[in-house]
Design a binder for this molecule. Sequence first.
Ligand code: UD1
Ligand code: CA
Length: 458
Amino acid sequence: MTTAAAALGSRKGRCLAVVLAAGNGTRMRSSLPKVLHPVAGRSLLAHAIASVTAAGADAIAVVVSPGREAIAAEARRILPEADIFVQAEQRGTAHAVLAAREAIARGYDEILVAFGDTPLVEGETYGRMRAGLAAASVVALGFEAADPTGYGRFIIRDGRLVAIREHKDATDEERTIRLCNGGIMALRGADALAILEAIGCSNAANEFYLTDAVEIANRQGLVCAADVAPESELMGVNDRVQLALAERLFQEKARTAAMRSGVTMVAPETVFLSYDTVLGPDVVIEPNVVFGPGVTVEGPAVIHAFSHLEGAHVAAGASVGPFARLRPGARLAAKAKVGNFVEIKNADIGQGAKVSHLTYVGDATVGAEANLGAGTITCNYDGFSKFRTVIGDNAFVGSNSSLVAPVTIGAGAFVGSGSVVTDDVPPDALAIGRGRQTVKDGWAKTFRENNVNKKHGR
Ligand code: UD1
Ligand code: CA
């Protein structure tokens, strides 16, 4: 949580966020529940939970449908203290909120309702809605829809939100309204249960609509307010086309933020970031680079084209790629160089060390200024267990060497090219582990002459 969000959380009263994730998600046509599909390296549900957490929610309830243990497990993974509620039947959004009645009844000052399939809502937006509860019992979040078909419409009279009409139930005149419901709502805790329990299901879908909270609150003499956010922030994911759109919107925003903070992207539209990518000022990212989760690059550093990084830390002055792969646990110290067709996994590459070409370094420590020649392989796995390779400072490993772990190459040691190293090499020693070369003078000439004669039957 950011300091600002923490301050917001403590300034306002205690807040419960109810995250709805019990929809069927049939339009995804997927065996994976909709809210577990990822955008920028984490699930839609994780995005929604992160946003309400950033807005300072003190408690989070997640509503799931029966038998969706994977969703409950994801919620618990993100937030072990989350309350999980099962909505036995999918009877609408208000019905889903009431599945968390036990949590609501604990008596919070504010109730935030978030949708598990709406991943791009900012923490600040939820925070603004919470602030709106100072002057209203219900705050609904709307947007100007490019195409309002299918959305609930905001009915505003004399500047006050008097109703939200679902598309299916709207008159032709109401359907011309473009200010649509984003679905997200904030309710004053003291009024929430009385409003939610008054919601019925006499509508076109025979469902309990959360949107009816607005008309009911008005009837109870309470004030309802509309807040507005951009459509790009409120978009919901119902199918894979919208999933791709959510990804694109997230990427555009994240790239823009990175560039504004001092990162150069030669072709930003070809760079893919994760929700948690950290890039320092004067990091240069060449085209077609993919960041999986858990990457930090300190500036200045260059990530050359076509590299893939995940769970890696790259220190200032380092150079990665082109065509490099940094897997989880790769840590490059300052000025380290990892060149083309090199894979690094769970390994520390020391300051100024060079791993320039066609190399695999896994479960290893490479000392400062060490140099690994082209085609060096750490043989870290025997089919059952992983073993470590330790390479000292200033060591030099000749090209096409296999280092069979566990093994240690001492500081300043030399490994002859083409060696298979199975025993530790002391500091400053030379190790050669390969067949000794023999030279047979004239052999090739004789070989050629014999074969030419044979061919011509001589
Ligand atoms: C909802 C709003 C609509 C708004 C639109 C914005 C209602 C009645 N309608 O419609 O005004 O314009 O969002 O995207 O609120 N869910 C459950 N249990 C249920 C039904 C839904 O948990 O029984 C969850 C879904 O998983 C989803 C969210 O509630 O996360 C919204 O449900 P969905 O059916 O997608 O609502 P929309 O028809 O999109
Ligand atoms: Ca939806």
